[in-house]
Design a protein around this ligand. Structure first.
Ligand code: TMP
Length: 216
């Protein structure tokens, strides 16, 4: 693929969305074509699925049905947005990807990781992020931040603190499996320091794009 696929991961409240927007603006200022997207969602169909997944009204959602819905939204996003953007040479910044399912449904809910990987295989169609930025954030601070945000908790955020601890450790264990592709960023710091580390991590990936463009 011509473009680059950069994914932000981390527990709710870690600051992914803020950092994704800041990184995107910085890249645009440097002249890179950027596509911003998110999971679940990012497409018309995906946003409808997001509503089912996050609305506390649907508390009866069974864990396996939840896992399939995340995978379905992902399949739509990959086909409709991510692959076409990468083929057009764009930099895709995605707020969450398949690791969210492994961390939340797998480590958080205790579903079998291999089964989740199987469910997701057709959804991601072989697509692997060039870089995963894991914003590692202390669970207690995350819960504080969510309660201070003033909006009501969504269905997933209503989970217990212990759930978020498992998710966080799950992420760290996933990152440990493939240290080359993950960059763990300490997100318990001011926004500008976190961004600085993100820019460093993204630098290598971007150098490849610049060199390729210079050769073209
Ligand atoms: P967010 O867009 O605000 O991060 O919310 C998405 C929520 O959905 C968040 O609590 C994490 C959760 N989630 C999963 O449990 N599994 C997944 O595969 C994805 C993409 C998100």
């Amino acid at each position: 693929m011509l473009g680059k696929f950069i994914v932000f991961e981390g527990i709710d409240g870690a600051g992914k969305t803020t950092q994704l927007d800041l990184l995107g603006r910085e890249l645009e200022n440097r002249g890179y074509p950027v596509v911003y997207t998110r999971e679940p969602g990012g497409t018309r169909v995906g946003e409808l699925i997001r509503e089912i997944l996050l609305n506390p009204l649907y508390g009866e959602l069974a864990p396996r049905a939840e896992a399939f819905l995340y995978a379905a939204a992902r399949a739509q996003l990959v086909a409709q947005v991510i692959i076409p953007a990468l083929e057009a040479g764009k930099i895709v910044l995605c707020d969450r990807f398949v690791d969210s399912s492994l961390a939340y449904q797998g480590f958080g809910r205790g579903m079998d990781i291999l089964m989740l990987e199987q469910i997701n295989r057709p959804a991601i169609a072989g697509l692997v992020p060039d870089l995963v930025l894991l914003l590692d954030f202390c669970c207690d601070d995350a819960i504080d931040r969510l309660s201070r945000s003033g909006r009501g908790a969504d269905r997933i955020e209503q989970e217990q603190q212990e759930f978020y601890r498992r998710v966080r450790l799950g992420y760290l264990s996933l990152a440990g499996r493939e240290p080359g592709r993950y960059n763990i960023i300490d997100a318990n710091r001011p926004v500008d320091l976190v961004l600085c580390d993100i820019l460093k991590a993204v630098g290598e990936v971007l150098n490849e794009v610049t060199e390729r463009n210079n050769r073209a």
